[in-house]
Design a protein around this ligand. Structure first.
Ligand code: PLP
Length: 410
């Protein structure tokens, strides 16, 4: 890695106040970015400024404060539109996160337009949030949920996908990047295969948007979901991107204030897009914070982020492979900054608990992707997942801590 890149990312790390604190008397090494990312000063400031100086409800006040809050909140929507390269802010629906986005698509679009026997195709590497909403829908209207298998490297086979789709396939919904394995799916090709049979194509971008540039028009996504908290923004805010014509045709997901144009006891006229899908007072501070997170990521540059994290991934993979008895779960050709592993004779939870004593935060669990664990016949894995502030030193400390913990546990 070039000196210049190292210096740039060292400066970026400096923008995250939480990383200056200690855990159990050790400098914090935060390697649980797959669960949630830390927040830079600019995001914290944007949220604080809103509550300190700009707090008012949006879309309804005629006074200056409310107009300024609305401008900031709608400005954030425009930032997300630009970030995803959507055509219009009418296609950017603020939700709580990917979980809510998938449920919205299942209960509004799919419940309206799919019928018994229609197929929804997902992959074996999905997070529970892209499995359970489809099972609920299956139980409600009798759709068929089909699963594209993964191989032992943790990849889906596009040939198998082409064989599995047919005119019965109405939706293909896949993760852009697996939280449990790190696999990056070829969503461009998957989109083409889905559309070749007339199916809609949805992407769960929870893990991808902090690490890769996304272009919903180039990929021809019908739906793309993201979670703010995984991309250096706050919790409780996310986005469902959907093509305008789909949103126009879909019924509202929830009813209430803000999503209406007029209401009588007999009937209600719904608001225009995207507000038709945003019932109630929104998460205003969250939206503004997400806008600041988008600014942050764009100022770093997604291509540079991807290149930097790829160096971290390669180094971590090489170092971890030298640990006796350690097996990496998920060795796809195309991977993001996630290393999942198990160690012979050691339960992942015991290992992660001991690592915490060294100030190292990693996740030990099924990562809300139990079918992935079932595929690899493990109860859980230890997962180190990287962000823009991690560096080679973090990886050296990770490996040293694993070696020490092993001594104690074996
Ligand atoms: N999809 C993937 C791949 C994830 O990793 C996660 C969260 O871990 C989700 C969906 C759900 O995101 P959220 O909990 O923000 O709704």
């Amino acid at each position: 890695m070039s000196e210049q890149m190292n210096a740039k990312f060292a400066e970026i790390r400096d923008q995250f106040p939480i990383l200056k604190q200690e855990e159990n008397g050790q400098p914090l090494v935060y390697l649980d970015n797959g669960a949630t990312s830390q927040k830079p000063e600019s995001v914290i400031q944007a949220i604080e400024n809103y509550y300190r100086f700009q707090n008012a409800n949006v879309h309804r006040g005629v006074y200056g404060l409310s107009e300024r809050a609305t401008e900031l909140y709608e400005g954030a929507r425009e930032k997300v539109r630009d970030f995803l390269n959507a055509k219009s802010t009418r296609e950017i629906v603020f939700v709580r996160g990917v979980t809510e986005a998938v449920n919205l698509v299942a209960q509004s679009w799919a419940r309206t337009f799919l019928k018994a026997g229609d197929e929804v195709l997902i992959t074996e590497m999905e997070h529970h949030s892209n499995i359970v909403p489809w099972q609920l829908l299956r139980d409600q209207i009798g759709i068929r949920l089909r699963v594209l298998p993964i191989n032992n490297k943790g990849e889906v086979c596009l040939g198998a996908m082409a064989d599995m789709v047919s005119e019965n396939t109405k939706l293909v919904s896949v993760t852009h990047m697996s939280n449990a394995l790190g696999t990056i799916n070829d969503i461009q090709k998957m989109s083409e295969i889905a559309h070749s049979v007339g199916a809609k194509f949805m992407v769960d971008g929870a893990q991808a948007t902090a690490h890769l540039a996304v272009d919903v028009q180039k990929t021809n996504c019908d739906f793309y979901a993201l979670s703010g908290h995984k991309m250096y923004g706050p919790t409780g805010i996310g986005v469902l991107y959907a093509k305008e014509e789909l949103l126009e045709a879909m019924p509202p997901y929830q009813g209430g204030g803000d999503m209406i144009y007029s209401v009588t006891f007999d009937s209600t006229e719904f608001n225009v897009l995207p507000y038709k899908f945003e019932a109630g007072t929104p998460n205003i501070a969250g939206g503004i914070g997400l806008g600041a997170a988008v600014d942050f990521l764009q100022s770093v540059g997604l291509n540079e982020v991807a290149a930097y994290e790829d160096e971290l991934l390669k180094y971590a993979t090489k170092q971890l492979k030298q640990v006796d008895g350690l097996r990496i779960i998920g060795e796809a050709e195309h991977k993001g900054g996630v290393v999942s592993f198990v160690i012979d004779g050691v339960h992942p939870h015991d290992m992660a608990t001991l690592m915490d004593q060294d100030g190292i935060a990693v996740r030990a669990s099924h990562h809300c992707a139990m079918p992935v664990m079932q595929h690899f016949k493990v109860p859980a894995t230890i997962r180190a997942s990287f962000g823009v502030y991690n560096n080679f030193d973090d990886i050296d400390r990770l490996v040293a801590s694993i070696e020490e913990a092993k001594e104690m546990l074996l």
